[in-house]
Write a protein that binds this ligand. Structure first.
Ligand SMILES: NC(=O)C1=CN([C@@H]2O[C@H](COP(=O)(O)OP(=O)(O)OC[C@H]3O[C@@H](n4cnc5c(N)ncnc54)[C@H](OP(=O)(O)O)[C@@H]3O)[C@@H](O)[C@H]2O)C=CC1
Ligand SMILES: CC(C)(CO)C(=O)C(=O)O
Length: 313
């Protein structure tokens, strides 16, 4: 079913900020895009590197329509995976690649049980993206590259398709390390922006930066027990990278606070706690962050300060 040169249609389950960012590369490479469920729209409009492009999309509400697709992008929030279970169960079996563009380290365990043998491509997403309305997304380059996937044959084909649309996909021989290194960023930037209701630049504050470092250093011990080759130096490098994120960039979790949506903390901090438990490692700082983020409530009455204001569009 897979042919490297194929420009077959791609199904996107979770056509939000990241789903459409990746879909835009595939559309640019010539793949027709089908949007599976969610709020309907017939054009995706993506602003990337200062240029705005649009492509028509087909929107379907019928899970049977994903049968026959050999490329699927899954980019719902981790806690929304079960809600798209009917779509995942309708995906064909071996020969299909399902790119799982979700933060965290448990993409395979989370998604494979829904699939009938399709190949899961867990993906590290370095992009920052923001959705202003259904179908309309702005992409920013914030840390490292664009995307990273494990270096295996199925992932290579998918990576080549995305690269053909101008988005870089790192083929990674030590993906466990890469997944955990990205998780270090997400267990700091995401909860700390949600708790303070400030964009990623909040990490430049001395005190907040110290908290971030302690969260990450505690998680490095857990990551190492899971086989990731990380040290405290990597935590420091991650903090430096996050401190350079452009001023306007809100984390995905801060965007969920603004929009009044449930927060994706269990796939991030929760994953650290589950792994810590497996290895008998105490992780009190991450436990504390987990409890605090679980208690965060949306901005019912709008942003609390100028700095936390979502962009006006
Ligand atoms: N945004 C970012 O900058 C980054 C995000 N990530 C990760 O990428 C993943 C996706 O995040 P992001 O793109 O921000 O999330 P968004 O909230 O922007 O997008 C999620 C999409 O899923 C759709 N969806 C939710 N439930 C369903 C359903 N039952 N059926 C069909 N569609 C559904 C939503 O549709 P609708 O709106 O219609 O409900 C929405 O389009 C997350 O794991 C996140 O951590 C990683 C790096 C950066
Ligand atoms: C790296 C970062 C913080 C970029 O926005 C991210 O992954 C997220 O927002 O979820």
């Amino acid at each position: 079913m897979q042919q490297e040169a194929s420009r077959g249609p791609v199904a996107v389950i979770g056509a939000g900020a990241i789903g459409l960012s990746i879909a835009s590369a595939l559309a640019r490479a010539g793949h027709p895009i089908t949007v599976c469920g969610g709020r309907p729209f017939d054009q995706m409009v993506v602003t990337d590197r200062g240029a705005t492009s649009s492509w028509p999309v087909r929107h379907t509400v019928n899970p049977d329509d994903v049968a026959g697709y050999d490329t699927v992008v899954l980019a719902v929030k981790a806690h929304q995976t079960d809600a798209v279970g009917d779509w995942l169960r309708a995906v064909d079996g071996p020969g299909v690649d399902v790119l799982v563009a979700q933060n965290g380290v448990e993409q395979r365990e989370r998604v494979a049980p829904y699939l009938a043998g399709a190949h899961v491509v867990p993906t590290v997403v370095y992009l920052n993206a923001e959705r202003s309305e259904p179908g309309r997304v702005t992409v920013r380059r914030v840390v490292h590259g664009d995307l990273a996937v494990p270096d295996d044959p199925g992932s290579r084909i998918l990576a080549a398709r995305i690269e053909a649309g101008g988005m870089h996909v790192e083929l990674d021989a030590d993906f466990t390390t890469t997944l955990w290194n990205k998780l270090l960023m997400n267990i700091t930037a995401n909860p700390l922006t949600a708790l303070t209701r400030r964009r990623t630049a909040v990490l430049r504050d001395e005190g907040v930066g110290q908290v971030a470092l302690q969260i990450m250093i505690e998680a490095v011990a857990v990551a190492r027990a899971e086989g990731a080759r990380l040290t405290d130096e990597d935590a420091l490098a991650d903090l430096k990278a996050l401190r350079k994120v452009p001023d306007g960039a809100p984390t995905s979790m801060l965007q969920d606070c603004w929009a009044g949506r449930p927060l994706e903390y269990d796939a991030l901090t929760g994953a650290v706690l589950r792994a810590a438990e497996r290895h008998g490692i105490d992780a009190p700082i991450n436990r504390l962050i987990y409890s605090l983020v679980a208690a965060v409530r949306p901005d019912h009455e709008g942003p609390v300060s100028q700095d936390s204001a979502p962009p006006r569009t």
